[in-house]
Design a protein around this ligand. Structure first.
Ligand code: X2X
Length: 336
């Protein structure tokens, strides 16, 4: 009885002391945030953002702690975008093409067959085109870090037949991400596109709700889509990247020095992540072939011609407007 009461008193004293003298308690982070994404733990996007969060914690002496929630743990891209806007999460990486549901111009880099190589992509996205898109993102109450993370050049896959020509896409049940540009492009190919968030893609392919999908090699590899897809056509039909987004209200309330450390490290990890993807792209083909996928070389010209004759470029030039189109063509050359 006596011992117990004494223990309780002591415990009470200890707790009271800690509260009264916070400097002897372990300092809790001043800023505790959440970052979420749609990519597997092993994907370079997750690996490199985790590294960034570690460096941020260290360089701020523990003032800032950003917890990472990869692989759609917090929901689909559509869910996470609402969470970011409401402030339920503070950071989120999202494809510009999906972000276009909120910021229309953010899908412009995803137009089919406009990027000859990464040598054209990065100067555009790190330069005037990226700056133009980020300015529009800011108007929507979000902040995009300067350096985009790479998703990659997208390739078409299928469980039923290889896609070799645009004719093979006629009536083809293909999953596309939730974005008007994607739907429009695959409708122009006379396919039957269905908008499905990435969180549901594996099961949609496994149950054959969709016959095919399109994604960069890195996603096909790390999300194990080779388990549910047989044929891979090297279409390189579009290029897609992830914007590192922050909730604008939260970001603007941060002290300048904290903003600087966070931005510097998120941008640094983007550069590291681009290099990872570039390096891995050399081996993905062999890796995916060894997992049972059958690769097909594809001539992109008939695909591009089909988009052209369907009025695809004209339609989207009208939607983006002359200003954005002119900035884009400065980097890609004349499109249509
Ligand atoms: O949803 C997809 O296909 C993915 C993973 O590539 C994107 O984030 C756009």
């Amino acid at each position: 009885m006596k011992t117990t009461r004494r223990a309780v008193l002591l415990a009470g004293t200890a707790a009271g002391t800690t509260l009264a003298m916070p400097w002897i308690a372990k300092a809790a982070p001043e800023f505790q945030f959440k970052y979420a994404n749609n990519s597997p733990l092993t994907h370079p996007l997750t690996v490199r953002t985790m590294e960034a969060m570690e460096r941020i914690k260290k360089e701020t002496n523990g003032r800032v702690e950003i917890q990472v929630f990869p692989n759609n743990q917090l929901g689909s891209d559509t869910d996470m975008l609402s969470q970011l806007r409401s402030g339920a999460i503070e950071f989120f990486t999202l494809s510009g093409l999906i972000l276009s549901t909120l910021v229309p111009v953010a899908s412009i880099n995803g137009l089919g067959f406009i990027w000859e190589s990464y040598d054209k992509v990065w100067p555009a996205m790190d330069g005037a085109l990226g700056a133009h898109i980020r300015a529009q993102i800011a108007k929507a109450g979000l902040v995009a870090m300067e350096k985009q993370y790479d998703n990659g050049y997208r390739e078409m896959t299928s469980s039923t037949k290889p896609i070799k020509t645009p004719d093979d896409l006629k009536g083809f049940k293909i999953r596309v991400p939730v974005s008007p540009l994607w739907t429009s492009m695959f409708k122009a190919f006379d396919a039957s596109p269905m908008s499905i968030n990435f969180s549901e893609v594996y099961s949609a392919l496994q149950t054959k709700v969709a016959e095919g999908q399109e994604n960069p090699l890195s996603i096909i590899y790390f999300a194990k889509l080779y388990e549910v897809q047989k044929y891979l056509s090297e279409t390189n039909h579009m290029w897609d990247g992830f914007w590192m987004l922050a909730n604008g209200k939260m970001w603007n309330g941060l002290p300048k020095d904290v903003q600087e450390v966070i931005a510097k490290n998120l941008n640094q990890s983007a550069v590291d992540q681009r290099a990872d993807i570039a390096k891995q792209n050399d081996t993905f083909k062999a890796d995916l072939t060894s997992k049972g996928m059958e690769f097909h070389k594809v001539d992109p010209k008939p695909f591009r011609d089909k988009l052209q004759s369907a009025g695809f470029y004209k339609e989207w030039k009208g939607k983006y407007g002359n200003e954005a189109w002119a900035i884009l063509e400065k980097f890609t050359g004349p499109i249509a």
